[in-house]
Design a protein around this ligand. Structure first.
Ligand SMILES: NC(=O)c1ccc[n+]([C@@H]2O[C@H](COP(=O)([O-])OP(=O)(O)OC[C@H]3O[C@@H](n4cnc5c(N)ncnc54)[C@H](OP(=O)(O)O)[C@@H]3O)[C@@H](O)[C@H]2O)c1
Length: 273
């Protein structure tokens, strides 16, 4: 069991979306929150909200996690200030949501830098102290699109497959080198946070848009119970099994289920993030 109460918990992208909700929940359970996000205003608002709700103010740090040097520099500041991180939640993420030829190169690079590479820098920064202390948990927020490609998500899905590969390889490495450490990877279908505004599910009973509070609660619960993998909703767990089928059948099922038209009406946050 990974204890939340009394633990130092760092969440990237902790100022909004499921990062904010996980922070609120973990603060309610007695965790000491360290929130990293790139926007000082939303960070301040969330820190104030958590303080009002729990009586304990998280430590907020402004950081663009796609900047490797900034991550390492802030990580050493954090380690000086609080000594160690017990639970690291690599959560910050962005999406372009366009056809490959319509995604500017810089956006593809940014997507990989935030969704995939940042977790390397964060984990490398905090893992040594976890190993030394014999205690720690690394959480990777991946996606259902870590398991299946989707039209208009080529950069996003590829970055999330990278996140999945990162988690699995790290898990195997830690079994050999530091078996007392835990990892959790999270693969949710679309969540109603605004990041994927406009997306549709053809069969909402089978593949509902997930409710952010419920997702955050499931993740916190999984961390407490040291679950290695969380996939939401349950039907998404069948995707790896479908891969034994011929590609033409796999593609036909995915298309029938609406996977490849789900992004047709995507608007996202409309902020060109
Ligand atoms: N929403 C979904 O449908 C869904 C489904 C599966 C997986 N996920 C994954 O779940 C995670 C959280 O998603 P969400 O829906 O909660 O998204 P969200 O509401 O957009 O929150 C993401 C947070 O990360 C921050 N962020 C983005 N780039 C950053 C950077 N370079 N440095 C520091 N912080 C940065 C954002 O800041 P700004 O507000 O400034 O952008 C925002 O506060 C992501 O990894 C996402 O890929 C989401």
């Amino acid at each position: 069991m990974s204890e939340i109460r009394g633990s130092n918990i760092l969440i990237t992208g902790g100022a909004s979306g499921i990062g904010r909700l996980m922070a609120l929940e973990m603060a309610h359970q007695g965790g000491h929150l360290l929130l990293w996000d790139r926007n000082p205003e939303t960070l301040e608002t969330t820190c104030a909200e958590i303080e009002a709700a729990t009586g304990k103010r998280p430590r907020g740090y402004v950081c663009d996690v796609s900047r490797r040097r900034d991550v390492y520099s802030l990580a050493s500041t954090v380690l000086q200030e609080v000594g160690h991180v017990d639970i690291l939640v690599n959560n910050a993420g962005i999406v372009s949501g366009n056809y490959l030829l319509d995604i500017p190169d810089e956006k593809i690079e940014a997507t990989f830098a935030v969704n995939a590479l940042a977790m390397f820098w964060l984990t490398k920064a905090f893992l040594p102290v976890m190993i030394r202390r014999g205690r720690g948990h690394v959480v990777t927020i991946a996606s259902a699109s870590s398991l299946i490609g989707v039209a208009r998500l080529s950069d996003y899905a590829a970055s999330k497959w990278a996140a999945m590969g990162f988690d699995e390889s790290l898990r195997f490495e830690l079994r050999r080198t530091a078996p007392f450490l835990c990892t959790t990877v999270v693969c949710p279908f679309f969540i109603d946070t605004g990041m994927f505004s406009g997306v549709r599910s053809r069969f909402p009973r089978l593949l509902p848009l997930l409710e952010p509070q419920a997702v955050a609660g499931r993740i916190v619960d999984a961390v407490r119970k040291d679950k290695a993998r969380v996939v939401m909703p349950w039907i998404v767990r069948l995707i790896p099994l479908m891969r034994v089928l011929p590609v033409s059948v796999f593609d036909a099922i995915a298309t029938y289920l609406g996977v490849n038209s789900s992004m047709d009406e995507f608007t996202g946050r409309g902020d060109g993030q």
